[in-house]
Design a binder for this molecule. Sequence first.
Ligand code: FAD
Ligand code: UQ1
Length: 411
Amino acid sequence: ASSYEVVIAGGGSGGISSGARLARALGKDKVAIIEPSEMHYYQPIWTLVGAGCKTLSESGKPTKDVIPPNAKWIKDKVEEIDPDNNSVTLSSGEKVNYKYLVCALGIQLRFDKIKGLPEAFDTPGVCSNFSAHTVQKTFAALQDFQSGNAIFTFPTPPLKCPGAPQKIMYLADEYFRKHGKREKATIMFNSAGPSIFAVKKYAESLNKVIEQKDIVTNFGINLIEVKPDTKEAVFQKVANPDEFLTFQYDLLHVSPPMSSYEVLKSSKLADAAGFVDVHKETCQHKKYPNVFALGDCSNIPTSKTAAAVACQNAILASNLLSVRDGGKCVPKYDGYTSCPLITGYKSCIMAEFDFDLNPLETFPLDQGKERRTMFHMKADVIPNLYWTQMLKGRWSGPRLFRKIMHLGMSK
Ligand code: FAD
Ligand code: UQ1
């Protein structure tokens, strides 16, 4: 077995950004990152890949190029976590021991929970921005669409980026208008949730967008089956599981249900729902003080986004280093998360909020409005910030900017 000061399980947004900070602080070969994928993707840009304005290849870089200079990449999968013995077991059977463990495994897509999927992705019109395998099919489906129902689904939580299911719908609306087929389309948002967005301020703006765009909403229904032969999508009523609704589709964009990975669910680190049970303000595990978690695999009660990870990775790294030096965790995380709600090819509502679903906005202007500048932030500025700063452990979220731009008067 090999041993490291810090082992990081998962080399996505959270694993690389926190790994960069820890490896810089601890020096060469003290930090190992376990990640099986050859490619690291910036998933937030997939909304724009699906809409045909960015490419899949520009959304990713080889994992070897994002592993921090001092860190060791273990190209394998974590199969078992044993926090009582401070070790993880890899697919190869090898054990890796740690003094500190960072869990950054993300969340698992469960297309398999919908009858008929994933096979129906091989049939016309069925697509999803949520995975690298299916995102390119979204733009093909927008192009091929002629008339009929274009249905956009939203699953029963938990899910990452709860705004993504509707962003692509607004882009589809604009695409259809540009290409003279909007009048022949019925655009539907079929959601298992109760409303368009959890934060009142942004929900009000989005409801106006929906009205302007003439979109039909059906809340409280959950996609359970796709029948590509008859082009039907079957939904179950959330409030009355014996009742089903069937819709004909010409385009079906699926946002899948998601769950924690088995390796976490079966470990002693998980809460009842299967997510890593950490203190929400410090990222430290509630029972194992040498274990930390961030991002989508944690049970931190905020929207699962890369923007949230931007804040969490800095807090996690400083707390882990403090505990390592015999100190304490400083509770700092306020739940900051952000959802750049793209409402068209040049417009975006920049939602930013905290644990209590109160807006926590960076810019001293009304972010409830659709803005071209915010589209530019989302499409160009923030991706650049991600690759050049966040993955190097040099971006802790926009808090400092918020303070400066509000002349110190913001939280
Ligand atoms: P991830 O970045 O998903 O990383 C998890 C890593 O763990 C992966 O690399 C995976 O390969 C690895 N892994 C899994 N299992 C194992 C194992 N057993 N052993 C070792 N490694 C393993 N966020 C925003 O902030 N703004 C947005 O606009 C936005 N839009 C989005 C749109 C879409 C379509 C999608 C899919 C996501 C979007 N997100 C957005 C969400 C954002 O991408 C995630 O919240 C973020 O990537 C979470 O980081 P993470 O490190 O927790 O998980
Ligand atoms: C952010 O910091 C971040 O991390 C790089 C994102 O990830 C995708 C975001 O989407 C957003 C909105 C932020 C917040 C940053 C600003 C400048 C508002």
